[in-house]
Design a protein around this ligand. Sequence first.
Ligand SMILES: NC(=O)c1ccc[n+]([C@@H]2O[C@H](COP(=O)([O-])OP(=O)(O)OC[C@H]3O[C@@H](n4cnc5c(N)ncnc54)[C@H](OP(=O)(O)O)[C@@H]3O)[C@@H](O)[C@H]2O)c1
Length: 246
Amino acid sequence: MYEYQAPENLLQDKIILITGAGSGIGRAAALSYAAHGATIILLGRTEEKLNAVYDEIEAAGYPQAAIITLNLETASETDFDNLAATLEQEFGRVDGILHNAGILGVRTPIESYDPIIWQQVMQVNVNSAFMLTQALLSLTNDSEDASIIFTSSGAGRTGKAFWGAYAVSKFATEGLMQVLADELEHNPNIRVNAINPGATRTDMRANAYPAENPESNPTPEEIMPLYLYLMGRDSRTVNGQSLNAQ
Ligand SMILES: NC(=O)c1ccc[n+]([C@@H]2O[C@H](COP(=O)([O-])OP(=O)(O)OC[C@H]3O[C@@H](n4cnc5c(N)ncnc54)[C@H](OP(=O)(O)O)[C@@H]3O)[C@@H](O)[C@H]2O)c1
């Protein structure tokens, strides 16, 4: 596991948006960031799941969260602009974005890959992350210490048979992260990096490896040290890196 011990107040007064915050790794990150002092904007497509995380944050006495219900597969440029306008009005800035939402698509050869599913995967995993980042950049520019984190995968570093659009979307995510990091290199107040979570006990992992014993993989909570490190001030000088949570 990535070794990092986060100070209790690491994310005090930070405004952090997390996509796919209703379940899996995104839910764990929301609770972990909130426990370290951040106000979390929970973005996802399933309202009940977001409400449940909101309630958990409230019950724990962490800073009150906000909920944005948005389907990243169908969201338009206007939706992202409206979201940015709402956040500007409510918070005035954004200190962190964790691009975490993702879908697996199907595991099948390229020869028979359904083009509709291909486009859905690319839309959720990479195109929406591009549009959301673009819409929020003026708000992260208003932060004195902003961190943008993309979510990669081992499947996005070495091409492997049958991983189709998922793998291609993760290669593209690494590229998007590197291009943006290079563009912002001159600005010491913002950094852009990616996390490869590694095999983690979530619904997505269970769908990808149905025969695997889920207990053989760490929980989302266990992989949080790298998520905290890259979101907090201790990674201020780290930019353009793709790091492994495990
Ligand atoms: N788990 C692993 O072993 C592993 C390994 C490498 C990389 N990753 C990456 O880590 C990230 C989190 O994965 P996970 O394992 O936590 O997966 P997960 O349990 O399936 O969670 C994915 C999250 O994304 C949300 N989401 C999916 N489609 C969406 C859409 N159209 N609009 C808005 N939100 C949407 C889901 O919302 P709903 O619950 O409402 O569907 C869910 O909250 C993904 O980017 C994944 O590729 C995971």
